[in-house]
Design a protein around this ligand. Structure first.
Ligand code: UDP
Length: 358
């Protein structure tokens, strides 16, 4: 197949602004290339694909970012800036897709989904978030009525946010395992990884660290400075150790030294890439029992699921984390979330979408 992928309209690939979509896109490209498909990626100026994806054709587009949906009101109208990056990526993508088999949209936004009803080319959508906008959810509902196969989700629990989706297509996610080294560091520090923004609930992880009289190592883009300093100031100085945003290779080296990852989302996390990345390094995860992480983590086997927003419950599980065998964490990723498994699921799905357009 020749597959054209539309990237996120937030930041460039490598900036971290696009969150998990950046890694997901690279994993998917790698998996598709390994299966012998040809891939074109349309992304923002300055984007870089991983070295292992050199065989993909990268097309760069200039333009203004969209506003992230999780930071707008649920009922906000659609905003498209002048010189829109999203519109530019679509224009280029649609043009290239004339010579390709299918266009795959990875941006969570209105315009590409609306296009599905208005062009003859097959457009398949990887929905990367729970329901964060009424306008987008209503549009998905409308398009789904005509093209029920054209949407795929990362987890069942994410798809539940769209109650009109009767039989969701679940593709999970994939991780290039040789990018992550297993480490048996049972006595290491506490880790937290993610965009530093309110929906990620950093304060609950800092609470746990503070109760234990330990530091919390925090990796990721500080997306919301005001929120970050508010969390920092609510606890004794230096409880948080800011580690910055690292490349996958640097991140996994450091993360693998930790004894547990705390994962504290306050929203219906679609999947939770950082959870699987920790597991791939052998790091067990304690997360709230909500969203994608609650589908990924096997309670008592690869980590623990605490009652949502119950920090004390989370603390109690962190205190017994050494009961988890780190090898089992890595094994789960090998068996369930490799790039091969992911790409095969996506290809099966895309074949079904293409079949609808014959
Ligand atoms: N990440 C990274 N370097 C860092 C911290 C995070 O590359 O220092 C990446 C991480 O690999 C993951 C993404 O940021 O792919 C966060 O994705 P996740 O699915 O956990 O959450 P999202 O940001 O999409 O809500």
């Amino acid at each position: 197949m020749r597959i054209v992928l539309i990237s996120t309209p937030l930041g460039y690939l490598g900036s971290g602004k696009g969150g998990g979509v950046e890694l997901t896109l690279n994993s998917l490209v790698y998996g598709l290339l390994s299966l012998g498909h040809s891939v074109d990626v349309i992304a923002s100026r300055n984007s870089k694909l991983y070295k292992s994806n050199e065989k993909a054709k990268l097309h760069l587009v200039e333009g203004e970012d969209q506003i992230s949906w999780q930071h707008q009101n649920y009922n906000s109208p659609i905003t498209i800036p002048d010189n829109s990056l999203l519109a530019g990526m679509l224009e280029k993508g649609l043009n290239i897709a004339k010579q390709a088999d299918i266009l795959v949209n990875m941006s969570y936004d209105w315009l590409p989904i609306w296009m599905t009803l208005n062009v003859d080319l097959p457009i398949a959508h990887i929905i990367s978030m729970g329901s964060e906008s009424s306008v987008i959810s209503n549009l998905i509902s409308k398009v789904y009525a005509k093209h029920p196969i054209n949407f795929a989700f990362h987890s069942k629990i994410q798809a539940n946010d769209y109650p009109f989706i009767k039989k969701p297509i679940i593709i999970g996610n994939g991780f290039k395992l040789d990018n992550y080294t297993f480490q048996d560091s049972v006595k290491g520090p506490l880790a937290w990884v993610g965009r530093v923004a309110p929906e990620k609930g950093l304060e609950d992880a800092v609470y746990v660290a503070n109760e234990l009289g330990e530091k919390l190592k925090v990796w990721g883009v500080i997306e919301d400075e005001t929120y970050a300093s508010k969390v920092e100031q609510s606890f004794p100085q230096e409880t948080i150790e800011w580690m910055g945003f690292l490349s996958t290779n640097e991140l996994q080296k450091e993360l693998g030294k930790c004894r547990v990852l705390l994962n504290t989302p306050k929203w219906n996390e679609a999947y939770g890439n950082v959870v699987v990345e920790a597991l791939a390094c052998g790091v067990p995860v304690v997360a709230y029992k909500r969203g994608g992480p609650s589908e990924i983590i096997k309670h008592g086997h690869t980590g623990y699921l605490a009652d949502p927003d119950d920090k004390k419950n989370m603390l109690a599980y962190v205190e017994i984390i050494e009961k988890i065998e780190r090898k089992k964490c890595r094994e789960w990723v090998e068996k369930n979330a490799s790039t091969d498994i992911f790409a095969n699921k996506v290809v099966n799905w895309l074949n079904k979408v293409m079949h609808e357009y014959l």
